[in-house]
Structures are given as C-alpha cells and as structure tokens.
Design a protein around this ligand. Structure first.
Ligand code: DCB
Length: 368
C-alpha cells in the first residue's frame, strides 16, 4: 500500500514538473525558452497594433508608437452607401492574411445628392462602426474618410463634420487603429488652402484631439489632393498630421512626384490615402506600368498608399468583377426554409474574392 502511494506521489511530481516546464516555455518567460521562440514572438508582436500602437510623425516620416518607421498599405472601399455588401469580416480577413494589407479605408461620401452622410447620418454611422469593429477584431488600421467630392468645399458641411468626428473620436478615444481623414478631395477654383481648407482642418483637428489626443489625422489638400505644395508652404502647426496626396496613374505622374519630393524636403509628411491605376475618372483603360512606377517610388520613400477601390462596380478601377456577389446570412436563412439541403449547399457556398478578381485586382494583389 505504502509503495503504491509513493509511486503515485512520484508520478504526480513528474507530471507537475513536465507541466510547469511546458507552461514556462510556452509563455516565453523563463530560462527554458529557446531563442527561436523569442524571435517568433517578436515578429508577431511587431506587426500587431498592440505593439505598433498610435501612429505619429517625425519630419516627413510616419512612425509607430516606438518611433520606428512604418508604411501602411491597403485598399479603400468605394462609397459605402453603394457597395457595403463586399465589406465583410471574412473579406477583410482574407485581405489581411493573404493580400497583406494593414489598413482599410472607409469612404463615406457626404453629399446628400448621392445619398451620402448628410442624407442618411444614422445609417452611415452604423455602417462605419460595423467596419471599424471588423478592423479592430482583425488588427488592422482603419481610415474613417469624410468623402467630400461634388460637395467640393469642406466648409459646406463643416458643422455636420464636427458633430460626426466628435462622436467618432469619443467612441474611439482608446483605439489606435482608427485614423481620421477629415476631407477627401477639396476641389474647385475658389477652394483655397488658406481660406477654406486650412481653417476647416484646424477646427476639425481640435475637435478630434480634444477627445483623442494621440490620433493620426489625414488632412486633404486642394485640387483633388494635388495641391500639396500650398500646404507645405503654409503648414498646420500641430503634431501627428499627414497631408493627403491622391494620384491616378493615367493622369498624374512625374510632376506630382516632384511635388511630393518638395514637401518631404520641407519635412511635410505625405500620405497617399487614395490612388488608382486608371485615369482620374476611375474608369477607362488601365495604366499598369505607370502605376508600378508610382508604387516603386512610394515604397522606396516609405510613403503609405491606399488603393481605389475594393468593390464590384463595373468600372476598371474595381478589384472585383460585377459577377461577385456575397451570400448574406439572411438570404441563406431564407433559402434554407424553402429549398432542399442540396440546393442550400449550392447557395451558401463561400464566395471567394480571389475567384472574382479583375485584371486590376490581380495586379494590385501582386503589389501589396
Ligand atoms: C476621386 C474621388 C473618388 C473617385 C475617384 C476616381 O475623384 F475621390 O470618389 O471615384 O477619384 O474618379 C469615382 C468612382 C466612380 C464614381 C465617381 C463619383 O470610381 O465610380 O462614379 O467617383 O462618385 C477624382 C480624382 C481626381 C480628379 C477628379 C476626381 N482630378 N473626380 O484630378 O480631376 O472628379 O471624381
């Protein structure tokens, strides 16, 4: 009897030692842990937002919270009022894991004539919050873009913009994932940096920073975000803002790149929060070589870029073909009550974005 008890005790002791050994190695906090384990842990952490944290600027450079340089690369939605269905958790997961994006831009049109935020504020906010949640769950940076366009002057809906960004920056005061883009593309001959855009930006920056002092803010510039020299000559006196430069490879080339060089020489950080492989209409032929030249330039200079657009509209800037259609849960539930199980299987088949890529989609995937 005594022998049996001793045997059990020794067995329990050995099991205990094995358990503690593995637990310590797994947690990587003991002398038992191998160097390899440490490296793996380090790599995982360095790409995760729990490590990179709040983004900031130093001179013309974008940095993570630790002052190391960082480049964001990703995709922009089309107008979320038109193409919300393609922006699912699963699609963003695929884009992160297999396309290697680290940022997604939510293009929320504002103009009421195109059913933007001004026409439907509550629906728009709900959609933005849903997508931000996906980004948080997936460890992605996410840009909330106040997408002015036909409403060309940010002053037009300034009051609504202040209310919107006040609410967003309260909601996401502790969320480093969220980047605020306060006006997509100011445009028009009477929309000047000094009198329209800069004063608007200063007011919005102070609204956002009151709630969320560490936030990175993207400031749009005049001439559809090509008037970056005006901003460089008269910058906003506050840290951690980047100025938006947008290009379309069919329309804008060396001249715009030299404007970026000019800004960087003056320590003005540039962020390409929208760019395209077509001309400035978003349609027509694609300019693959010119676009690749741009990407090489941006990557060499560690400038972040976001591609227009992740949608299935029948236009050549789209990543997905018009045949792409997501199977929503509601639809599949409806189907399941009305059809045979065989049909359900057919209808609820997971729709893979990679099976519906346009020529543009294939090129962009290869560049991310
Ligand atoms: C920007 C806009 C973006 C627009 C693309 C391509 O506009 F920020 O909203 O996207 O660049 O033009 C297009 C969509 C179309 C949609 C249209 C209107 O792809 O499906 O019908 O928006 O909502 C730019 C950029 C540059 C210039 C002009 C525009 N430019 N613009 O240099 O002249 O007028 O839209």
């Amino acid at each position: 009897m005594k022998k049996i008890i001793i045997c059990i005790a020794i067995f329990a002791l050995i099991m205990g030692i094995i358990f503690i050994y593995f637990k310590l190695v797994k947690n990587n906090n003991s002398i038992f842990s191998s160097e390899k384990t440490e490296n793996v842990e380090e790599n995982i952490n360095k790409n995760s937002i729990s490590y990179t944290g709040w983004l900031k600027t130093s001179g013309a450079e974008l940095q993570n919270e630790h002052g190391e340089k960082i480049q964001l690369k990703g995709l922009s939605s089309h107008g979320i009022q038109w193409f919300p269905d393609v922006i699912t958790y699963d699609n963003l997961k695929e884009l992160k894991e297999n396309w290697h994006i680290n940022v997604f831009r939510i293009a929320m049109y504002t103009d009421q004539n195109v059913n933007g935020y001004i026409a439907h504020p509550e629906e728009s906010k709900a959609l933005v919050k849903e997508i931000v949640q996906y980004a948080k769950d997936l460890d992605l940076y996410v840009i909330i873009d106040w997408h002015i366009l036909s409403d060309n002057n940010p002053q037009i809906y300034k009051q609504q913009s202040i209310e919107f960004f006040d609410e967003m920056s309260r909601e996401y005061a502790d969320t480093p994932n969220v980047i605020y883009e306060i006006c997509n593309e100011p445009n028009g001959y009477d929309v000047k940096w000094e009198t329209s855009v800069k004063p608007y930006a200063e007011e919005l920056i102070s609204t956002i920073r009151k709630n969320c002092p560490k936030s990175l803010i993207i400031v749009g510039t005049t001439e559809w975000c090509k008037g970056i020299k005006n901003a460089a000559d008269d910058p906003i006196n506050t840290p951690n803002i980047v100025y938006a430069c947008h290009f379309y490879a069919g329309s804008h080339r060396d001249e715009l790149r030299s404007k970026i060089d000019y800004c960087r020489e003056k320590n003005i950080p540039i962020f390409v929060s929208e760019c395209g492989i077509t001309d400035a209409t978003g349609n027509g032929r694609i300019y693959e070589e010119e676009f690749k030249k741009w990407i090489e330039y941006l990557n060499n200079n560690n400038i972040s870029w976001v591609f227009w657009s992740f949608c299935n509209k029948d236009e050549s800037s789209s990543i997905l073909t018009p045949e792409y259609k997501i199977q929503t849960t509601n639809e599949s539930e409806e189907i399941s009550t009305e059809t045979t199980s065989e049909q359900v299987d057919e209808n609820t088949e997971v729709v893979k974005i990679d099976d519906y890529l346009t020529e543009t989609g294939i090129i962009i995937k290869s560049l991310l």
